[in-house]
Design a protein around this ligand. Sequence first.
Ligand SMILES: [Zn+2]
Length: 580
Amino acid sequence: MTRRAAVILFGVFLSAALLPAVLPPADLVDLAAAATPAAAPPAADLIVTNARVFTGERSRPECAAVAIIGDRIVATGTKAEVDVWRGPATRIIDAGGRRVVPGFNDAHVHFVAGGMDLDNIDLKDAASPEEMVRRIASRVRTLPRGEWLLGGNWDDQQWNPVRMPDRTLIDPVTGDVPVFLSRYDGHMALANSVAIRLAGVTAKTPDPPGGVIVHDAAGEPNGLFKDAALSLVAKVIPPFSHEQRLRAARRALGHAASLGVTSVQDMNPEYGDIAAYTELFERGELTTRIYAAPAQADWQDQAKIGLRHAFGSPWLRLGAIKGYADGSLGSTTAYFFEPYTDTPGTRGLLSDEMQPLEAERERMIKADAAGLQLCVHAIGDRGISMILDLFADVVKANGERDRRFRIEHAQHMAAKDFNRFASLHVIASMQPYHAIDDGRWAAKRIGPDRIKRTYAFRTFLDHGVRLAFGTDWSVAPLDPMQSIYAAATRATLDGKNPGGWVPEQKITVKEAVEAYTLGSAYAEFQEKDKGSIAPGKLADMVILSDDIFSIDPRAIRDVKVVTTLVGGRVVYESGAPAAR
Ligand SMILES: [Zn+2]
């Protein structure tokens, strides 16, 4: 029997036999014997053994070994139970007694943008202007011709003495490469002379409203641009080429593999990004599975060729769209019922998509009728409430169906809306890392009452709402350990809330892992294929350096990935330390 035939045959057994989710291998042997003359199951391609596997399956939550044929899991069980799948050519991975979990599925990333960030220069820890210049010089040498040097994050406050950089600092090392590097706060950026010339900015260019072009003693632009003036330069940066997108996607894929992220759900990709994924898929280079949700405004593009939710292959799917209800808490544009506590003049802003509301309602109803999955960014309590209203209108117009509405972020809930969230079966697609980041200042911004329902993981679960976890990378780190740590401890990044910020909203490590695996898989209609370690499912799993279920949750952020498997293939291996 060829391996392929074996996989197909066992696929048939398994789908027939999946009712008890985990079959004892003895039964499989019987099935195999009944179906073929062979007395033993076909040899596994790979066995992961000597492991502490968190399966995510209620019927058998823990096991010690997993057998894989092709890209699918064929058996889980004790070491002895799985050993019957061992053949002469079976590769064995001895997990050294370590914890194994299902591959992480990040339900909200900006994948190519994240890869671009990895590729861009990062100057945050450049301790002096000389160090900054040295790094810029070395990056300029490796940059493909015609590309801009972007990125930055420079921080003049850590230089001694503190001084503002200007173009004369970097011009000598940048040659004819245009350079535009933002300050770490994003409110200022430094251009070199080439970039200033390309932007057409001269001594005579007036400051735009809300922005400043900084000048030198001779009255010439010195390279620093503030706030709205940033766009004078940003607008002449050419759109990314296909090659740049491929490079960024490859960087992102490598980063994801090293962190145990085996699936991502890519929010608002540009179509050029999807073209890059398609090419990487064709070349066999995808090592993370991607579900892409382009902008809601362009919903007709997918609808007119009949793409419905989760259409595609296990590697690349389409059929979702991503809309916006409001802005963010940090910029006081998240839309609330009541004014901001620290800025009483505003309740935030509805996005332009929401104005007029009738147009948004019509778009959502039509996109839903076309079978597309609706994912909507909503952060403020009123923004969320209005999206729930619209979801209810969609159901009324198109009837009940398993459509899996999603609210992305779902940060600040009105007390009255938890039940509605549950009864409309809306998925809360949340990013726990934001909670420990915003948690440093959110109470000042929205006051002591609203803060109780902020990143309300516990209340959502208690109401039976499904959570899907992710990061919003590159807004927050892609590392799932940071997010699980955040959900389980709610210890803010400034160290001021070691017992947890709004501690009653903490959830357990197990609940956080479930939201990050099965929860995210459900949010992309893939819970039958992903999200747990069970026969028949894709062999996406991660060996961790430490057992996140038994160590102090505060130590989870230091846990590393030892091995990442996607579809039964090792896509990442750390220089694995000796087993503990
Ligand atoms: Zn986002």
